[in-house]
Write a protein that binds this ligand. Structure first.
Ligand SMILES: Nc1ncnc2c1ncn2[C@@H]1O[C@H](COP(=O)(O)OP(=O)(O)OP(=O)(O)O)[C@@H](O)[C@H]1O
Length: 265
């Protein structure tokens, strides 16, 4: 099976922030086992924005968990920033996640008792490093939060809270930012602002973002959409438009209705 990679990029290893090599993930055992990922081969070039889409149960969350080392593949390997995750023990994995990965979730996951600035610098403090105040201020100003550094999360709108979470994810310039439905809890305008920020982090700052989403509009901000169906890559789309993504998703949903998601394979 060939690795799914994007046009214009060679297979040179250093180009990839993240590689999945023939990754299989089976949940459970025996008759009730489910193959959530079925020999997934994927290379995510550095400095690109990738959206991962697919019907419910197609394996998106499992992919994100295996890629971030939160779950171990049954077979195959994951290489993040040149490091193969299967060779790392839990301590090394935790360190790699802290130092080289950023996370943005639908539910923001901010610490309610800490200010915006404290939330943003928390991962660095856990790593025993001091955040440069000027860098933090510059980042927060770029994200429209320069005047709100001393506020608590409860004093901010949902969109502002998500921007704090994005600042937290970007501060250490991680190799990959994983975003799981980052606009799922936001209204249309706040969602657009968040997507603009993610897009700019890639275009202007060369960050690498992998975003799971159900929303074709959100996916249209990516360079490439990777479609999943039934634990396998069902195709990719470069320079996606929301309409083209929605049409492809409708096709996948029709196929998945014919073969119910979650059926044991
Ligand atoms: N811990 C688990 N134990 C057993 N089966 C699981 C487990 N986690 C996921 N699965 C199954 O693996 C398959 C893929 O699930 P996954 O959550 O990765 O899909 P998804 O595309 O993220 O779905 P959704 O869009 O609904 O979040 C599904 O059939 C699911 O029921």
């Amino acid at each position: 099976m060939t690795r799914t990679e994007y046009p214009g990029h060679t297979a040179a290893r250093s180009r990839y922030a993240l590689e999945l090599r023939e990754v299989v993930k089976v949940h459970g055992h025996g008759d009730t086992s489910v193959t959530a990922l079925d020999r997934v081969a994927l290379g995510i070039p550095r400095g690109t924005f990738t959206a991962v889409m697919g019907p419910s149960g197609s394996g998106k969350s499992t992919l994100l968990h295996c890629a971030a080392g939160l779950d171990r593949p049954t077979s195959g390997s994951v290489v993040l920033d040149g490091r193969e995750l299967s060779g790392l023990d839990e301590t090394a994995l935790t360190r790699l996640r802290r130092d080289r990965m950023g996370f943005v979730f639908q539910s923001f996951n901010l610490v309610p008792t800490l200010t915006v600035e404290q939330n943003v610098t928390l991962p660095l403090e856990f790593a025993g490093r001091r955040a440069d105040r000027h860098t933090v201020r510059t980042l927060l100003t770029r994200l429209g939060l320069g005047e709100r550094m001393d506020r608590l999360p409860a004093e901010l709108s949902g969109g502002q809270q998500q921007r704090v979470a994005i600042a937290r994810a970007l501060l250490s310039r991680p190799a990959v930012v994983f975003a799981d439905e980052p606009t799922g809890a936001l209204d249309t305008q706040a969602a657009r602002d968040v997507l603009d920020i993610l897009r700019e982090a890639v275009t202007a700052s060369d960050q690498t973002i992998v975003m799971v989403t159900h929303d074709p509009v959100a996916a249209s901000y990516a360079d490439t959409v990777v479609f999943f169906a039934d634990g396998r890559i069902a195709g990719t789309m470069s320079r996606p438009t929301a309409d083209a993504v929605a049409a492809r998703m409708a096709q996948l949903a029709a196929v998945s209705q014919a073969q119910p998601a979650g059926s044991a394979r």
